[in-house]
Write a protein that binds this ligand. Sequence first.
Ligand SMILES: [Zn+2]
Length: 246
Amino acid sequence: MKLNEDNYYSQEANKAYFSVSQYKDFCKCEAMAMAKIRGEYEQPVTKSMLIGTLVDRWFEGTLDKLRVESPNIFFCRNGALRADFRKASQIIERIKQDYRFMQYMSGEKQRILTFEMFGAPWKMKMDSFSEKICITDLKVVWNFKSLAFWRYDLQGAVYREGCYLNGYGYLPFYLAAVTKENVPNFDIFQIENQILDAALNEIAVKMPRFIEVKAGLREPECCGVCDYCKSIKKARLRFYSELLED
Ligand SMILES: [Zn+2]
């Protein structure tokens, strides 16, 4: 299956390829990951995620296209941005004045690559790709600490390896991060190679099982606590004292 911007996020593409977000789904809950692949479960989109989408689309230069695609989510009848999303324009106004931030985001936008890694086909899509120079991913987060919480080292590891396997060499991986704080903070974080190496090893260890689960050769495990697991659970009889344990 050949990927392009129209089918990249399709169910068919998610069946055919692993991606960083699918790998993370498998780590969280195999049952949820499989339900997503079968098209039976979708993660609800939050307002907070949509702020990131707006900033992404501005960088891509496709904000006008978004206005046509989903007029009611982001914009009022008069075409102005809804109040919920004014944070996005505040962020854009701020970062576009910053030379370094814009420079790191100035590569080719939304470049798609596919490759074989750890015995499975993978897909990836880069926010900004400067051939022979670097890979940069844009992150709109609550604060800088959340960068580590979301494990962007896993993304960096896959992207660095994906570029290498496509013949682009080992490129440095950067996060162009901007916060949703009252006054947005922003910086460029390089994820060091030894951190990416460790993340890639972690993926290598877990992939054999995930490949088998995805192929239907093993039963997916339910985590029991995620929204998907709650949506398919049956009531259990429990003891009140369980709630008194720390
Ligand atoms: Zn679960």
